[in-house]
Design a binder for this molecule. Structure first.
Ligand SMILES: C[S@@+](CC[C@H](N)C(=O)[O-])C[C@H]1O[C@@H](n2cnc3c(N)ncnc32)[C@H](O)[C@@H]1O
Length: 264
């Protein structure tokens, strides 16, 4: 029995769900050809399903090269972040760039924002920090790296661009580990869905990496609980996709936010 709504539309949705599920399970037969496979309840469960012979996650020297060139460019979806950094730049002295890789966004944004007077600290996993330190150039005079966010001094801005898909702890815990709450938090490429958070595995060819697709409410709720107002938000429609093996779980939508700490 249908409880309200158009029964034909409900039937069509149910059929679409069945067809998508069948397509996803069929795609799972050719794992090398797909980017996202599986839908797991947690980071650890996803890690347990990494295929034998593949590296697990980002913390490996070999993984630093993946997408390195692309990440040092300024694609269209970086412009909201660039806008906020440029707008805030006269008023800030230090940025912590969580998930900053080898300093890719420092290099990409230095052409547009005067970073020579802003202390830019990348917090990342040990393998990326090692690679970043090894690649430091004389012109990267304000760039440095930490392996633990606790080791970074207080900062005005916490930037997390592209970190949230990979972050294996609640975002609020990451912020709580900082010496003090930053005044601003710009976030980009937060992967979300309408429904409970799932963790899939991203295929990096040489590695499989747990990839969090969060309940769309999770980050706005976390920011509010931490005492932040969201002053800007956007979606990156060109990046929208589905999990190849589980298309029935709906669209993965990439979001961005700029949040400001409310006055005490
Ligand atoms: C896709 S890259 C993002 C690079 C860059 N920020 C950008 O926007 O293009 C994701 C980064 O998050 C880092 N990462 C993954 N898990 C992390 C964690 N628990 N703590 C800190 N960094 C992490 C990875 O090592 C990687 O450098």
């Amino acid at each position: 029995m249908f409880h309200g709504g158009d029964p034909t539309a409900a039937l069509r949705r149910r059929l679409a769900h069945i067809v998508r599920t069948a397509i996803g399970r069929y795609r799972a037969l050719s794992l090398d050809a797909i980017r996202f496979r599986g839908a797991f309840r947690s980071h650890d469960e996803a890690l347990r399903h990494v295929r034998q012979g593949e590296l697990k996650g980002y913390d490996d020297d070999g993984v630093s090269e993946v997408s390195k060139t692309l990440m040092q460019e300024v694609p269209l979806w970086d412009y909201p972040i660039l806008y906020w950094l440029k707008r805030l730049s006269p008023d800030i002295e230090r940025i912590i760039d969580a998930g900053g890789h080898i300093g890719v966004k420092y290099r990409a944004f230095a052409r547009y924002v005067a970073l020579d007077r802003i202390d830019w600290i990348v917090y990342d996993l040990p393998a990326q920090v090692r690679a970043g330190r090894a690649e430091l150039r004389p012109q990267d005079s304000t760039l440095s790296f930490v392996e633990r966010i606790e080791d970074a001094p207080p900062a005005d801005v916490l930037l997390a661009s592209g970190l949230l898909p990979y972050l294996d702890e609640p975002f609020s815990r990451l912020v709580d580990r900082m010496h003090q709450r930053p005044r601003y938090i710009p976030l980009n490429k937060v992967t979300t869905r309408n429904g409970p958070t799932v963790v899939t595995l991203e295929n990096f060819r040489l590695a499989e990496v747990p990839y969090h697709v969060r309940d769309a409410r999770e980050i706005p709720d976390a920011l509010a609980a931490l005492g932040y107002d969201i002053v800007d938000s956007w979606t990156i429609d060109s990046l929208t996709h589905r999990i190849d093996t589980h298309p029935e779980l709906g669209l993965v939508t990439y979001r961005g936010y700029a949040a400001r700490l409310c006055a005490p």
